[in-house]
Design a protein around this ligand. Sequence first.
Ligand SMILES: Nc1nc2c(ncn2[C@@H]2O[C@H](COP(=O)(O)OP(=O)(O)OP(=O)(O)O)[C@@H](O)[C@H]2O)c(=O)[nH]1
Ligand SMILES: [Mg+2]
Length: 599
Amino acid sequence: MAPRMHVVATAGHVDHGKSTLVRALTGMEPDRLTEERRRGLTIELGYAWTTLPSGERVAFVDVPGHERFLGTMLAGVGPVPAVMFVVAADEGWMPQSEEHLVALRTLGVRHGLLAVTRADLADPASVLEDARDRLVKAGLGEVEALAVSGRTGQGLDGLRAALDRLVAALPAPDPRAPVRLWIDRAFSVRGSGTVVTGTLPAGRVEVGDELELDGEPVRVRALESLKEHVESVTGVARVALNLRGRIAPQRGHALVTPGAWTATSLADVRVTMAEGARGPLPARLTAHIGSASVPCEVRPLGAEAEGAAARLRLSRPLPLHLGDTLLLRDPGRGQDELRVLARATVLDVRPPELRRRGAARERAKALADASADAASLLRTHLLLRDGELAAMGCPPEGRPVAAGWHADPDHWSELSTRLPEVVRRYAADHPLEPGMPVEAARHELGLPDRRLVTALVRPPLTVADGRITTTGRVVAGTAGLPAPVARAVRALLDDLATAPFQAPDAGRLAALGLGPRELAAAVRAGALLRVAEGVVLAPGADARAAALLARLPKPFTVSQARSALGTSRRVAVPLLEHLDRRGLTERVDEVHRRCRPAG
Ligand SMILES: Nc1nc2c(ncn2[C@@H]2O[C@H](COP(=O)(O)OP(=O)(O)OP(=O)(O)O)[C@@H](O)[C@H]2O)c(=O)[nH]1
Ligand SMILES: [Mg+2]
């Protein structure tokens, strides 16, 4: 297998030797700024890389330890899955050691190792033990602990071997995952335009790909990883992208696969207080995710006992998925106080409005049982499309109920109970109509797509010509018709009893109040037989006509048929055509027909 790339961030108190160690391991300078070198202090994120003994490559994101640069530290660690935690042997555990560890724990970083450096200055034994205990307790896994010196090179081979073991144990990210590349640097290069860099945690980027930045399409013109031109790169990796598009990228913005994320400034979350932090949370905080840091407001939804559900309102939209972790920090607090306050786990990226009294408490209850999956989302949203679920980070679990729609099972069964009632009520209110239009049922059930309505149709309901009817509801006769229509039809049938083929003319129909809708209803009810537009007879008149015509000489003309039936050409012509269609008669030539043998 080709060697993979890994990305490891540094962490630890200011001046403990992080950058010196990265420099010693890679031979590269992580502190690029003159000001950094002048002050001997990391201010900006630094990048350096090397090949490990196994051949695997590791890139370091070197963070500043100074308390003033916590935001930068978080931007560096945010998208990175593993950490090299650095503690100076001569100083031991210090405030930013603690703060960085709380941050890693809050972000859910689970892989790391401990380098107790400056071991040339003091006996590292007690610091090794103390710091290692703290890292293990914080959930960083087994945590190998090594004494090293960035100055003398002591222990560096052991550290390289330990890094090899660390990266070998990292879970392999999904190469098909949607891309979300949090930008940590953006700059213009004369002649080639905009370049951004970041840690690609998963997924794949290729030259020519179209991605999105704050909803704007951007094209990947060229791609570099560790200063080498590449055609494609798969996470985890450090990448530099040369972009084309009308954009002004900045740190904290993300390049994403179009349609694969939900850009939202509102999210419902579960809040977990950081180690040592106590609620209630201040209303104004800064939320960190990836390289982003965004001011936000936090609104607790229920009493704390009901699980710490809250609604986050971010000052700008971020591309989020359910299950994402945001770190909440109090930007107003002094540096000697605990600033990393809580983890917010995203449970909904399209939270419902809370209008009614008590809605917030109810929402808190629902969120207390929610997990970051499609089933939980559907309990809130009832119906969601494949694409919506994917953009929320929850691939659908079951089969769609219709055309890419997924439904909450309880909601779906309630709908399938309601549809027959709705159709019945409609039929009662609109007896002249041939069933309920699918669109009316969609509206009545409040559904977003007609195909959902058709998917709900089950026997005895059927759907045809855009309308839903109950099969078996059609009873021959006037019983199902509104009283005035039934009366008029009975009057017609009386007329037809004496002259069965003298279809009523327009005047007679108008006098009886039988317009096209009423006639159509009577025909559907089986109370009348329609042979042509405006030409109706009693049911069964066609069979009777065929019997009479059978007695005529073969073949016969329209004129012979007309007199045999005792009617006019107005009725005879369409009646014969109707008989042709039913297979009771057939044409012999231009003017002659004959009856077809029965059966
Ligand atoms: N003797 C000795 N000095 C060291 C060692 N590692 C770092 N130093 C010194 O400690 C000071 C701080 O080192 P840096 O590597 O800049 O520390 P840092 O952790 O990167 O500091 P920030 O990035 O500002 O948080 C420098 O003067 C280094 O020369 C070491 O192993 N032995
Ligand atoms: Mg440094």
